[in-house]
Design a protein around this ligand. Structure first.
Ligand code: NAI
Ligand code: MG
Length: 352
């Protein structure tokens, strides 16, 4: 099978980690029968400074003809700059990438092993950005719309169900696991927001009641108590599904459980396309030193493959990364080691 993959390094360490992701894909064993064609694409702050646009139309159109992509990171200015808007936010919209999927996992030998995936709805909720500010006799008031649709909630819950089943299949193939069966936890705050979060809750539960998910246990949890439990008892979670804002916050919080942003992958997923993206930013503080941790990107490449139905290839990459971390010999400075990006990469390539 030939897969065309768009590569968008972006800014800062994006330029160091995306090439590592590419080399891991190229190093997959020939027996898998996968052939990759890579296309280099521009986006980000440097692109904006050069051309006046952060996300060139050519990048979007080329990606539309690719099977998948890898996105590094972009440096976004902290104050609004005229004409600049975040390319990743725009890409999610243009490519209809309605889900953001973030696995958070330690190695199986960790003192407190964690293995969960947060599935975040990516198109609506408070992030529709319909805000307004107005004057009242008591002073200024600002409002934002929180929009939840039955359709998006159903789609995201169904994706969470599919992911739970796929994880169970990978476990059944012998991968070590802390979970016994597939579990999806639906997060909301419908005790307060009975209409918006109420709709998310009922639509999600209805989607997960489909007979194809009969083996999936479904639980629900109010988002604030979930934060508490996420930190006290993270091993309790398998797949978490959440509306956009709660998912954004939970997924960054969960990433803190595993020690470094440099380990945590994500994927932006649509019906026919997946864009892998490390959770970290462009890390200007370490850029150019050759010490950025490539693992978040390498795992993002594997996650992208999962959504392109190449589970076996994905599993090989995950296993090589886990073996690198378990041995702990070639470990980058963010995890307390001294290995360079290239040394971590070489160790993973050797294991592949
Ligand atoms: P950051 O994730 O770039 O860095 C936070 C800290 O983690 C830094 O100390 C950095 O050195 C470290 N770090 C991050 N990734 C690492 C890796 N792979 N290996 C080793 N250490 C790593 O977040 P920060 O500093 O808040 O933002 C820097 C720039 O990145 C900003 O311009 C921001 O707008 C952008 N950013 C972009 C994102 C994206 O493109 N999706 C996401 C987050 C931030
Ligand atoms: Mg975030």
């Amino acid at each position: 099978r030939a897969l065309t993959i768009g590569l968008i390094p972006g800014d800062g360490i994006g330029k160091e980690v995306i090439p590592a992701g590419r080399r891991v894909l190229e190093a997959l064993p020939a027996s898998l029968g996968l052939k990759f064609d890579f296309v280099d694409l521009n986006a980000g702050w440097e692109t904006f400074e050069k051309t006046g646009v952060a996300l060139p139309e050519e990048t979007v159109q080329t990606l539309q003809s690719c099977n998948g992509g890898l996105f590094g990171a972009v440096s976004s200015p902290t104050t609004a700059v005229k004409g600049y808007s975040s390319p990743i936010v725009a890409l999610r919209k243009r490519l209809a990438l309605y889900a953001n999927v973030r696995p958070v996992k330690t190695v199986a030998t960790a003192k407190k092993p964690i293995d969960m995936v947060i599935v975040r709805e990516n198109t609506e909720d408070l992030y529709v950005k319909e805000e307004k500010t107005y004057e009242t006799p008591e002073g200024k008031v600002a409002e934002a719309i929180k929009r939840i649709s039955e359709k998006a909630s159903t789609n995201i819950a169904a994706m969470a169900g599919e992911i739970a089943l796929r994880r169970q299949k990978i476990r059944a193939s012998g991968a070590p696991s802390i979970h016994k069966g597939p579990l999806v936890t639906v997060t909301h705050k419908s005790n307060v927001l009975s209409q918006t979060d109420g709709l998310f809750r009922t639509a999600s539960k209805a989607a997960l009641a489909d007979p194809k998910f009969s083996s999936v246990k479904v639980e629900e949890q109010i988002v604030d108590s979930m934060v508490y439990k996420l930190f006290r008892q993270p091993e309790a979670y398998d797949v978490i599904v959440a509306p956009n804002l709660y998912g954004d916050i939970l997924s960054d919080g969960a990433a803190a459980l595993v020690g470094s942003l440099g380990l945590v992958p994500s994927a932006n997923v649509g019906k026919t396309f997946a864009l892998g993206e490390p959770c970290h930013g462009s890390a200007p503080d370490i850029q150019g030193q050759g010490i950025s941790n490539p693992i978040a990107t390498i795992r993002s490449a594997a996650l992208m493959l999962e959504f392109l139905d190449e589970e076996e290839a994905a599993a090989k990459i995950y296993a090589a990364v886990d073996a690198n971390l378990e041995e702990g010999k070639y470990v980058s400075p963010d995890l307390g080691g001294t290995a360079k990006t290239e040394e971590v990469l070489q160790d993973i390539l050797r294991r592949l």
